[in-house]
Unconditional design. Structure first.
Length: 669
């Protein structure tokens, strides 16, 4: 490990020495910043165009759409993307993780302002922790993002979700902008937030955003055990959380920029548990505290060469209390501490006007401590290098990339997992076959893996240090078509894909039901179709209507040899799912309708009647009105979620809320 770390530090120092001279040379360039024309002016059209010409399927929600959807967190918003299954355990405080194209939560990377959100302990990111209050854009990329300025980790997952936070913006002749919002509603919800942008000078600005969420989480649900029906109230589903984000943004010259962000999240919530054996409440509690500081520096040294440096330090503390489990040491009270150190350097070179290449190098060290008996105290060091080449012409775009991954692990006791090295490729292409038609074909192939988590490898009595990574291969074929006139726009997308997952990590019982172990057993084969439609119509100068329709078909089959469930649909993956939204804007009034449908699915590997879950769907409505009061813009909003009060569960025995209401009051100074 010492030689490995020595090499790591040498590489880091070498990368810094490589870019520092070019930084010094650029100090003599004209440092007058251009502020007359801002990129946001053409943002909507640019986003639509980049989505259309991308060789991979891209789905995006901008800030305007996010404010109209009936959503509190990122998890609520991405439900409207095709190919997405959200694991939601119910309520405002319920844990929420995402499963894309039936690959499992660990195969989806989540990036916040270009830097990956990590969880070496279990590989899952709770998207319910990330509020839409400070979000500029949410995007889903199948395969990987095609931007050559992304870090090496951008190439290291089967799918990616990119979260872009709001940056400071200022009205003419103002050096500050302030915004205050209060949301309240069903389940005892109280959700105040505050945002402040301040211009320190012409080159540096700051942004502060803070939010509190409090809810008792109590809602009625219907329960049946086959012999009688009853109405009960969900208990121990309360939450109280605090979030603070503080950031500095700088533009020292017209060809360089930087930003630094600090993020803090602190929560305590109840875990109500599954409704089984007529038990309607559980006493388990969960505490989460997350802190990270990350930064980015971007420099365009010349027209042909640019580089980006990113860095991050993260500290996470989790406490799980279970009064129902008692031993000689007392009740179960597990505490976990994660730390992550991360650096990244991306070099991009324009060889020709139509040909760019990039080399990205990432270095990360993750550690996990816990108060568990016989804990291993693992430390994982990862080095990733990605080389990518992009050829772009007006009607043809092709990108190739190769990712090199090296992982080394150590533990304080027992055996550690073996060192790991791998090379994984990807290939993407987008073609416009007809010059006179805005019709484009796209395709991509990607092979990648996900490393076993610390829980998979080292959890006491369960972990298995001999686990192999879980590999996936994807093939995607699709097309997109856009058509726009002066007062209308529509886009249609369709994709067919095939995915193979091998060495899938599963838990199996050992000598007794109290001692399970992790093994590489399952193989899964997925065949899917995704359809998407968007339209925007301007009926008059102040009356606009936008609509979206998404449909997904997924056949995710267990193909494990000699398995009792060979040929069965894997758990919680419906054959059919979809969503629809319709948004109307008239002057200062906005009205939104949204619909989500999830077909029948199974809660266990065996496709038998006792494991079958009925289809569910929800209708949501929201409306808001903006008016001017003195020099302040005031927005009043009302939401009705699950309009028809449908009783359903995303996860078996975890009932979801019925009809609920939210009121919003927003002030912009």
């Amino acid at each position: 490990m010492s030689l490995f770390k020595t090499f790591y530090y040498k590489v880091c120092i070498g990368c810094l020495l490589m870019v520092l001279p070019s930084t010094a040379l650029c100090q003599d360039l004209d440092s007058v910043s251009t502020t007359t024309l801002k990129e946001v002016v053409l943002k909507y059209n640019t986003t639509q165009h980049l989505t259309h010409i991308s060789p991979v399927p891209v789905q995006t929600l901008n800030s305007e759409t996010l404010t109209q959807l009936n959503s509190l967190s990122v998890a609520d918003a991405i439900r409207f993307f095709s190919g997405v299954q959200l694991k939601d355990y119910g309520g405002v405080g319920g844990l929420k993780t995402v499963n894309i194209r039936s690959m499992g939560s660990q195969h989806t990377a989540v990036f916040y302002d270009g830097v990956r959100l990590g969880n070496a302990q279990n590989g899952q990111v709770d998207l319910g922790k990330y509020s839409l209050n400070n979000m500029e854009q949410v995007s889903l990329y199948q395969g990987q993002r095609t931007d050559l300025e992304q870090s090496a980790k951008g190439y290291a997952s089967a799918n990616s979700i990119y979260l872009k936070s709001k940056a400071p913006t200022f009205s003419l002749h103002k050096n500050y902008e302030a915004e205050a919002t209060v949301k309240t509603g069903s389940f005892g919800l109280m959700n105040p937030s505050l945002g402040l942008d301040y211009k320190l000078n012409d080159k540096i600005s700051a942004r502060l955003n803070a939010e509190m969420v409090s809810a008792d989480g109590e809602y009625k649900f219907q329960y049946t055990n086959g012999s009688y029906d009853t109405t009960a109230i969900r208990k121990n589903a309360d939450i109280k959380s605090y979030r603070v984000e503080a950031a500095l943004y700088g533009k020292p010259s017209h060809n360089s920029s930087w930003h630094v962000k600090y993020y803090h999240f602190d929560s305590e919530r109840g875990l109500p548990g599954a409704i089984v054996a007529n038990v309607f409440s559980r006493p388990q509690r969960l505490w989460d505290q997350s802190n990270f500081i990350q930064g980015e520096f971007k420099q365009h040294v010349s027209e042909a060469y640019s580089y980006i440096i990113r860095a991050k330090y993260a500290s996470d503390h989790t406490r799980y209390l279970d009064p129902e489990i008692v031993s000689l040491d007392g009740i179960l009270d597990n505490k976990y501490f994660q730390k992550t150190y991360y650096t990244s350097v991306v070099n991009t070179v324009k060889l020709k006007p139509f040909w760019n290449v990039s080399l990205a190098s990432d270095f990360e060290e993750s550690t996990l401590d816990a108060n568990l008996y016989r804990f291993a105290y693992p430390k994982r060091f990862s080095m990733l290098n990605a080389f990518a080449s992009n050829l772009y012409f007006k009607r043809f775009n092709v990108q190739l990339s190769v990712l090199s991954t090296t992982v080394n692990e150590t533990v304080e006791a027992y055996d550690s997992a073996d060192d790991f090295e791998a090379f994984t490729p990807s290939f993407m292409v987008n073609v416009q076959p007809f010059k006179t038609s805005d019709f484009r074909l796209r395709a991509f192939y990607k092979k990648i893996f996900r490393m076993p988590t610390f829980n998979d490898l080292y959890y006491t009595f369960v972990g298995n240090t001999y686990l192999d990574p879980e590999y996936s291969e994807q093939i995607n074929l699709g097309f997109s078509f856009q058509h726009s006139k002066q007062k209308s726009f529509f886009e249609f997308q369709a994709d067919v894909y095939k995915i193979w997952i091998t060495d899938k990590i599963v838990a199996v019982p050992g000598t007794n039901l109290f001692r399970w172990t992790m093994l590489n057993l399952d193989e899964v084969e997925t065949t899917g179709v995704e359809l998407g439609f968007k339209s925007a119509i301007k009926l008059s100068h102040q009356f606009n209507i936008t609509t979206t329709l998404n449909y997904t078909y997924q056949e995710a089959i267990d193909v494990t040899p000699n398995s009792n469930t060979n040929g069965d649909q894997i758990p919680y993956i419906p054959l059919h799912s979809g969503s629809a939204t319709a948004m109307a804007t008239y002057k200062a009034f906005k009205l939104n309708y949204s619909f989500i449908y999830t077909g029948g699915r199974y809660s266990q590997k065996a496709n038998i009647n006792s494991n079958y879950l009925e289809p569910w769907y929800t209708h949501d409505l929201s409306a808001n009105y903006t008016l001017g009061v003195l020099n302040t813009k005031v927005m009043l909003g009302v939401e009705v979620n699950n309009l028809l009060d449908q009783q359903y569960a995303v996860i078996k025995n975890f009932p979801m809320p019925g009809r609920s209401y939210r009121l919003t009051l927003n002030f912009k100074l």
